[in-house]
Design a protein around this ligand. Sequence first.
Ligand SMILES: C[S@@+](CC[C@H](N)C(=O)[O-])C[C@H]1O[C@@H](n2cnc3c(N)ncnc32)[C@H](O)[C@@H]1O
Length: 240
Amino acid sequence: MDQKWDESDTELFLRYGRVFIPERDELEKAFIDLIPANHDEELVVVDIAAGGGWLTETIVSTFPKAHVIALDGSSEMLDYTKDQLNQYADRLEFRHFDLFDDSWLKGLPNNIRCFVSSLAIHHLDLKQKQDLFKKLYLNLQENGALLIADILKPVNEIGRRSMSRSWDEVTKKQSLDLEDNLQAYEYFLNAEWNLFEHPDDPVDKPSTLLEQLNALEQAGFSDVDAWWVKAGHALFGGYK
Ligand SMILES: C[S@@+](CC[C@H](N)C(=O)[O-])C[C@H]1O[C@@H](n2cnc3c(N)ncnc32)[C@H](O)[C@@H]1O
């Protein structure tokens, strides 16, 4: 059976996600750089498991004619994000979806320029990722892109230790820089959020970067690459 994200994680992530994601400012800029559209163009973007909506917000605020379909499996996340992004309501659509059931793909429009996703695809195992990448490729416009930021599976023990140390350090620094105290960092430790240190949560099934780049190529994507890597997280994807 597929293990599911728990609503208690929703609360923790809404409160501390900003601190737990390494260098989110840089990640936001990189996503914007890589979306294949001019800022004044009309385009449709789908944010897969949008969560608290930071990526959706970055896109609607940068591309004034963008329409974003924000998907998530948590009603609490969707309600929160809808409320937060109310000023963009006319260009946003919120849909409840289940990552493990691809029926959500059937209801999509046929003019999607970009699928984006942050920190969610690792809930699928490698085979499920391969299947999803193929289906996303088929649902993209020509010249479209799939851009994913996610946590990686280390390739060996020496890599795991480095990823773990680096994520721990960046979280501690961001807790101090963004919140002026160590509370978020303490939650990170207490909730055993650093999966390089605590890899046993069955909800997390990260794949290595290379496995995912290969899966993208096998799905048909070209210009497959990773553009940002930090603390065991990467932004990678490909173009159609
Ligand atoms: C770590 S959060 C990331 C949220 C957001 N993309 C971000 O970067 O802040 C993971 C998100 O995936 C959603 N999620 C987890 N499992 C899911 C599933 N099986 N179906 C749909 N959404 C799911 C959760 O509700 C949550 O919003």
